[in-house]
Design a protein. Sequence first.
Length: 116
Amino acid sequence: MTSKTNTINYIEFPLKEKEQTKSFYSAVFKWEFTEWGESYLSFAGAGVDGGFNGEAASAASNTGVLVVLYSSDLEATLKDVQNAGGAIIKPIYSFPGGRRFHFQDPNGNELAVWSE
């Protein structure tokens, strides 16, 4: 059995817009959600479990951490992000090893999507 010690176990994002968040990530990335009260959503289907925390103490901040998701069709994912109401904050650009874009979700969180 592989040890879970020292591995990333869970990712948590700030939550402002619960219904928009569920709709956005379900439509674009096919994540599934469980509601835990009025201010918390957990998600599955992202390769690592996580959640969105709407408690006042979890307000969005610029921590310098960027979560990068993978897509086999970058252009299609960019269109899906736009169609679901996400804001593209860095259009597709090349970097050594691939291409990516950055977007802002309904809560103001910045994430990126990359492809080879």
